[in-house]
Design a protein around this ligand. Structure first.
Ligand code: CA
Length: 228
């Protein structure tokens, strides 16, 4: 198997060195960009299998880098590294086109698990038969990773697709938040992990006619979510 390449866009030298050591030990080729602009150009030149993108960079911020990369490549997996704990920043990162995020300080085990999961999904062969999921007025094209609603097409990230598939598989049945985290992200559930909720916010914006009053992706309080 050919080596996968990870592009690390981060300006903090000690963190870069630590990440480089760990990722090389895990068998990845590591490319480093200490500024946002270099990150954008290396993403285009090297076509990495995954981008680790810091939010706070010396020139342009991580959101801008993410948008720039997305303009040319809608599917390059991007994991945002954020030092902030505000949920709004994470959702904004996902809105900018990131596939996933981790909050600093993160555990190396968690980060490498997320990288492995995203690389595995990205390299999965596209299904031979097109797969569509209809939810209300939204039509999800699982193979193309898009959703069309009210004449607008949105891109869906790997995790958004996987999350929808799981909810659809068990439609009309509540799916526990912990179960989603384990099945979709391959992560241990921790009470502080708001990943699932943030992705639900994103999905509702793309699928629901009025995301504030969802009619299809419903919250089951204190438990999880249900697709109807
Ligand atoms: Ca930084």
């Amino acid at each position: 198997m050919t080596k996968k390449t990870v592009l690390v866009v981060e300006d903090e030298p000690t963190l870069v060195m630590g990440l480089q050591d760990v990722l090389e030990f895990e068998g990845y080729d590591v490319v480093v960009a200490p500024t946002g602009r270099e990150g954008v150009s290396l993403a285009n030149l090297r076509k990495p299998d995954v981008v680790l993108l810091d939010l706070m960079l010396p020139d342009i911020n991580g959101y801008q880098v993410c948008e720039e990369i997305r303009r040319r490549d809608p599917f390059m997996p991007i994991i945002m590294l954020t030092a902030r704990s505000q949920e709004a920043d994470k959702v904004r990162g996902l809105d900018a086109g990131a596939d996933d995020y981790v909050t600093k300080p993160f555990s190396i085990a968690e980060l490498t698990a997320r990288i492995r999961a995203i690389v595995r999904r990205a390299s999965r062969l596209p299904d031979a038969t097109p797969e569509f999921i209809e939810i209300g007025n939204a039509k999800v094209d699982v193979t193309a990773q898009t959703v069309e609603r009210a004449g607008t097409v949105h891109r869906l990230s790997y995790y958004e697709i996987e999350l929808l598939r799981l909810l659809h598989e068990r439609r009309a049945t509540p799916v526990a938040r912990d179960d989603i985290l384990t099945r979709v992200w391959g992560l241990e559930a921790t009470p502080s992990n708001r990943t699932v909720d943030n992705f639900i916010v994103k999905l509702r914006r793309k699928i629901e006619d009025s995301p504030e009053k969802p009619e299809h992706i419903l919250t089951v309080y204190g438990f999880g979510y249900k697709l109807v």
